[in-house]
Design a protein around this ligand. Structure first.
Ligand code: MGP
Length: 194
């Protein structure tokens, strides 16, 4: 009996200490564009901050750092798959685009950001392979979240991701998908909407 009890205690303790591994590694990034240096190229202040692959690390990072309410104006947080840089120039992003949702309330951005982070690390998207990551941008005009995907031309995949994302963040208003190639030429036309 005593031996059984001890065994239960030991296995209970080890379960508590074993980190909960995620399906893949993710990296949090930070970009502060609030004090741009004259003539500095875009991305000059973009930094990869931490790569993690456990639930415990995620919550620690989220709780202590990666809340949009902690961002100054004109700054961004990113969560991207490890190895993918949040830039149009990254080979995984080069042919991609992004779904964007705007928020006029700080609390709205915070909730949608957390719901999106949990959906990404929890692999809730059917087309998870198509996703590069998500960006939270705090701007004077309007805050926004952008979900970056790989193959902009694959309309079916983008529509499926867009629909699922709206469900996850509980948005009913129309959202729009832009190709990075259009953003480069500052053509703001959305190619898809859902
Ligand atoms: P943006 O992503 O269109 O919107 O970038 P943002 O950052 O919210 O801008 P704002 O005007 O709403 O504040 C705006 C500009 O940043 C682009 O026109 C580019 O000049 C530059 N830029 C943004 N991104 C994501 C990239 C990138 O990945 N690579 C390069 N080279 N420039 C970028």
């Amino acid at each position: 009996m005593a031996t059984d009890g001890a065994a239960v205690e030991v296995s209970g303790a080890s379960a508590e200490q074993t980190p909960h591994r995620l399906d893949k590694k993710w990296t949090f990034w930070f970009d502060n564009q609030s004090k741009p240096k004259q003539g500095a190229a875009w991305g000059n202040n973009l930094r990869d901050v931490y790569t993690f692959d456990t639930v415990e690390e995620f919550w620690c990072l989220y709780d202590h750092v990666f809340k949009p309410s902690k961002l100054p104006g004109n700054a961004d947080f990113h969560l991207f798959k490890a190895g993918v840089e949040p830039k149009w120039e990254d080979p995984q992003c080069a042919n991609g685009g992004k779904w964007t949702v705007t928020s006029s309330r700080k609390a709205g951005l915070e909730t949608m950001w957390l719901e999106t982070l949990m959906a990404l690390i929890g692999e809730q998207f059917d087309d998870a392979d198509e996703i590069c990551g998500v960006v939270a941008s705090v701007r004077q005009r309007q805050d926004k979240l952008s979900l970056w995907t790989k193959n902009a031309a694959n309309e079916a995949a983008q529509m499926s991701i867009g629909r699922k994302w709206k469900e996850i963040i509980d948005v009913t208003d129309k959202i729009t998908y832009n190709f990075h190639d259009d953003s480069k030429t500052r053509t703001s036309k959305g190619r898809y909407s859902v």
